[in-house]
Ligand binder design. Structure first.
Ligand code: GLP
Length: 260
């Protein structure tokens, strides 16, 4: 895993956006896996700015989002679909036909999940998957105890996640308890995982993910087994990492051709 520690949230956001920019510039028809949550908002803002400056053309790209709440209409203000419309889809030139989302209103959830997996395969697989991390180590909505081989399916949120995601809904009991999420195995099949985490609340999960044991108790730890995984953090989220001297050394000595 490549671990990039940036001095500030803004610099970490920009680094993450540059990695996404490089992906799209190298392969305009990239298939992107996208994440929601408060953390990537600044990354999406940076991508929108790059697009407005003419550096980024999304017209050939396609996207698959990680997860969605079960029971929410896509137009619900707290749906992840609406989140993406507000922060990215409504501001760049992605073709609506190329945007893919789990359907929280699907009548037959298992069939819909199987179809989501099939759609990813039909698109050629995900080239670059943007990820955040939950305080208990979830990726997507793969909560602790998730099978590390899981595929897209329904999951039940932990009480911690209900609390963490309560802001939009007003209180934890109003947050839907069920979600559809890409599985850990689905995420592991992507060609490049790009995790972005900031703030001290994520420091413990980040350290366990990168330097701890691989365990379903912290699903993100399976990323240690991913052949191409980049972690971008600010100083606060890096606070519990042990080998920061080495990570900084690697970054400072990166060959020019690997820089974004
Ligand atoms: C959310 C999403 C995850 C996200 C994580 C962190 O609920 N399902 O994909 O990475 O939890 O969210 P935040 O960035 O708000 O801390």
């Amino acid at each position: 895993m490549e671990i990039i520690i940036k001095p500030s949230v803004v610099e970490a956001q920009l680094e993450t956006a540059k990695i996404l920019r490089r992906q799209i510039q190298r392969k305009p028809a990239s298939v992107l896996g996208l994440a929601t949550g408060s953390t990537p908002i600044g990354v999406y803002a940076a991508l929108v700015e790059m697009h407005q400056r003419g550096e980024l053309d999304f017209s050939k790209a396609s996207t698959f989002n990680l997860d969605e709440y079960v029971g929410l209409d896509p137009k619900h203000p707290c749906s992840y679909r609406e989140f993406m419309r507000e922060h990215l889809f409504g501001k760049v030139n992605l073709s609506p036909a190329n945007i893919h989302f789990p359907d929280g209103l699907a009548k037959d959830v298992p069939a819909h999940c199987a179809e989501y997996e099939a759609a990813i395969l039909r698109a050629g697989g995900i080239d670059l998957q943007l990820l955040g991390i939950g305080r208990e180590g979830h990726i997507g909505f793969n909560e602790p105890s998730s099978s590390l081989a899981s595929r897209t399916r329904i999951k039940t949120l932990t009480r911690q996640t209900l609390q963490d995601n309560a802001k939009c809904f007003g209180s934890p009991d109003k947050v839907p308890h069920h979600v559809i999420t890409m599985g850990v195995g689905t995420i592991m099949d992507t060609r490049h995982c790009l995790m972005f985490a900031t703030g001290e609340a994520k420091a413990e999960a980040v350290a366990r993910m990168a330097e701890g044991a691989i365990t379903a108790d912290l699903p993100a730890s399976i990323l240690q087994m991913h052949p191409v995984c980049t972690l971008v953090v600010d100083e606060a989220a890096a606070a519990d990492l042990k080998r920061t001297d080495y990570y900084r050394w690697v970054y400072d000595n990166k060959p020019d051709w690997q820089r974004v």
